[in-house]
Write a protein that binds this ligand. Sequence first.
Ligand SMILES: [Zn+2]
Length: 610
Amino acid sequence: MPWLTLFEEDFQMEEKKKIKSIMNDIIKGIKFALVFGLNIGFTIGIVKGISLAYSNGYLQESLYNLALGIIQPTLNSAILKSVILAIVPVLFITILVSIIRTYRESGLAFISSLIILLYIASFRRITPFNYLLFILILYGLLYPIGISAKLQEKFSFLNKLANGKLILAPIILILICNGFIYSYRLSRSKGPNIILISIDALRADHLSCYGYHRNTSPNIDRLASQGVLFKNAFSQATWTIPSHTSIFLSQYVWRHKVDNPDKRLGNSFTTLAEILKDRNYTTCAFIGGGYLSTRYGFNQGFEIYDDGSPRRRGYHEISSCINKLLSWLESVRNKKFFLFIHTYDVHAPYNPPSPYFDLYTKGRCEGEHLRTSRGIIPGKLDASKLTIEEIDYIIAVYDGGINYMDDQLGKIFEKLDQLDINDNTIIILTADHGEAFKEHGKLGHRGKPYIEEIHVPLIMKGPGIPRNRIYENFVQHIDIVPTILEILNIPQREEIQGRGILPLRNNCEIEEHFTTYSWGGSGAQGPVSLRTRQWTYIMNHNRPDELYDRINDPKEQNNIIKKRPLIAQELKEELKDFIALTSEAKPQVAEKVHIDEELKEQLKLLGYLH
Ligand SMILES: [Zn+2]
């Protein structure tokens, strides 16, 4: 039956034509969507990336590597999302419409429109991408009634781009952007590693290298013998958040104003980690949670910020992350890195694991009743009722905690030796503040800036730093950042308020007479102190001020403000003038913080919330 075969051939020809026509439509649709997606994605990515870099202050602060570090991934992801979002619906619509047009089954058009409308209705929130998708879908819906053809005519340059070589233009631009950032990073890859260690609530005078009668810190002592020990180093604040903010920014508390538990380090500030990341440092932090958790903004500039999950004591202990930390060190042995380590191991509740808890308590059974299942919780004790023996017991347990923490640090130092990177690593060890043991009537910290709460260890070792030296000079936390920048030959930033203590590198004492300034409490009304070699002046906003003669009374026990009114007046003027001079704010701001239940729990355990 040849006529039937002929008919079949005709039918097949017709079908082939139809399929070819559908395929042509699909290719045309993909090309159009590709150019559309690339261009829209490129525009959105650039605008979003630049505005992010701007809101972080990277462009204004000339941190171009960091700005590129934000723009590049933003751009790449915007382009990728936009191309996918453009191609998928356009392809979907094109296939549907093409089939409908070819087979004239109008029922399908209704069904597909319904599906798409239901899809649009499922959008929970309007983002630029959802909006873009909506436009694309609308475009597809209008296709069957010929409006999209008119739109295509109007935007015919996109079709021209899609059909010509200009389709390559956005691709080349993306390749140039990505290539530029990688070459920029490669050009800044040499220099010493930096490790900054902050032991929360560690008093300087309880370390053996600071002359303590117990051998609490053999590993820290060894570190000190490899570098410089600053005998008179002071923190800017008596508690965690403002103190670390001062360390990271090199600013006094009255300048950065991150002075309340409901405030966080705003993105507009430029931290040490950001400066170093801009210099192509691989940046990582292992921290103890609590006030250092991501929510307070200290993670700025860190590629990895491990604030852990609550452990035995409700917050992150150094021992729980030590293996992770050591493996991380192995992974970066051939890279230039900045590592920040923070730990609550010495902080209250005092509860080092066995055998450290009882390392120094032997013969001090008078305080045993103070021990709870969570160790000694100074926040729950009435300091006024504690006897000298009980205080001695508390101190013995606190000192055991120092030994425990020191042993953990020993593992890190050993690893640096094993990896043969110790000689090329600058290590800076400090504490964010000290700890009171009833010297002025109370336990713990976050009180007035008395000596027991602000005298902190400061030890530096590494390339370019003299070995085995002890300096008596007065130094402060805000001197840490400018010193690191000096060692790395990075220009000092305008907002930095400390000074490099590098004259010490040349084995000569700093000749200047330095005064240090600290703050305690909460908010703008917190007491402030001025400390010189001879005097301590404490300005209390709502109560009488205090004056101490540091030479005859180094523990600041006898307030002599009434005996030395002239000196007091002079120091008060000096302090007021200094605060006025150093508090003018830049457009950087402290931000409000959101505290969720988990963080609340950690802060309760650390004794900050009740
Ligand atoms: Zn602290």
